[in-house]
Write a protein that binds this ligand. Structure first.
Ligand SMILES: Nc1nc2c(ncn2[C@@H]2O[C@H](COP(=O)(O)OP(=O)(O)OP(=O)(O)O)[C@@H](O)[C@H]2O)c(=O)[nH]1
Ligand SMILES: [Mg+2]
Length: 264
């Protein structure tokens, strides 16, 4: 195999399903005769449902820092990610030694401590700069079922894209946990932004400072990006997600067509 791997960075708020989706995407690619490796960038995670090919815990250990420096979990995560900035070269070297079709990068739970501080984007840039890369921003369908939550998470998705500077696909996760009607409603907002704007304003707890017109201006822009519904438990939507990823990294071409026998 002489083609460089594609990199898929998994981002999203705490508990949005990043680690579970990383494991399911790995399984999906394997089931489709594609090789993939996973990089765990969460220095605080205890258990993973996949075996990481590269593990940030081999470089920095948030739990150890918690003990050594007497820090709380967030302080330890910040210290661990900052300490990683001194070891980026080694980490990137290990990632570059992977010979595979796809590299999946699972990121830390407390996204704001990662994406909105200096080191997180620097680590992502260092990992992705030699490869065609895409980021997935995960949005929990249970959270998104409330219109004002969906709107504010779309704002966060946009703001994350500004920080990470990669082409981004928004992904609605855990769709097996909400009624089909809720998923259809969320997808429907993308066809009809004024509906979301009306519902956000109706939700009084969130709309005190915003007029419907203000919300609509932003909603129209934010809903311009598609959302891909998936379940990492039932694998629903993974074919479509894969097609989206391919469109970004390979311009619609596919390993299936690029290489007759992509397994290493
Ligand atoms: N039913 C269902 N549960 C899911 C799905 N994806 C994730 N979960 C559950 O949601 C919880 C959080 O999932 P994780 O994959 O740990 O989420 P995360 O974003 O990695 O979480 P942190 O790294 O701790 O922020 C777990 O209990 C998962 O089993 C899904 O598609 N369907
Ligand atoms: Mg996780």
């Amino acid at each position: 195999m002489n083609q460089l791997p594609y990199v898929v960075v998994i981002l999203g708020t705490a508990g949005s399903g990043k680690t579970t989706l990383s494991a399911s995407l790995l399984d999906f690619l394997y089931d489709n005769q594609l090789d993939a490796a996973v990089v765990n960038l969460d220095p605080a995670v205890e258990r993973l449902p996949y075996k990481p090919d590269v593990d940030v815990r081999d470089y920095v250990d948030a739990r150890e820092l918690m003990k050594q420096l007497g820090l709380g979990p967030n302080g330890a995560l910040i210290a661990a990610i900052d300490a990683l900035s001194l070891k980026i070269e080694e980490l990137v070297e290990e990632i570059e030694s992977l010979r595979t079709n796809y590299i999946i990068v699972d990121t830390p739970g407390q996204m704001e401590l990662f994406a909105f501080r200096e080191t997180g984007p620097l680590v992502i840039r260092s990992i992705t700069e030699s490869y065609k890369s895409v980021s997935l921003f995960l949005i929990d369908a249970i959270q998104a079922s409330r219109p004002s939550n969906y709107f504010s998470t779309l704002l966060l998705a946009a703001s994350t894209q500004f920080r990470i500077s990669l082409p981004q696909i928004n992904v609605l996760t855990k769709v097996d946990m909400v009624p089909q009607k809720v998923v259809e409603e969320i997808i429907g907002y993308h066809e009809e932004p004024p509906l979301l704007a009306t519902r956000v304003v109706e939700d009084r707890s969130s709309s005190l400072m915003w007029s419907e017109d203000d919300v609509l201006v932003l909603a129209e822009r934010l809903l311009n990006m598609d959302i891909v519904p998936v379940s990492s438990k039932t694998m629903l939507g993974f074919d479509e997600l894969y097609a989206y990823i391919q469109r970004v990294v390979a311009g619609g071409e596919d390993y299936y067509t690029e290489e007759p026998s992509p397994r290493l």
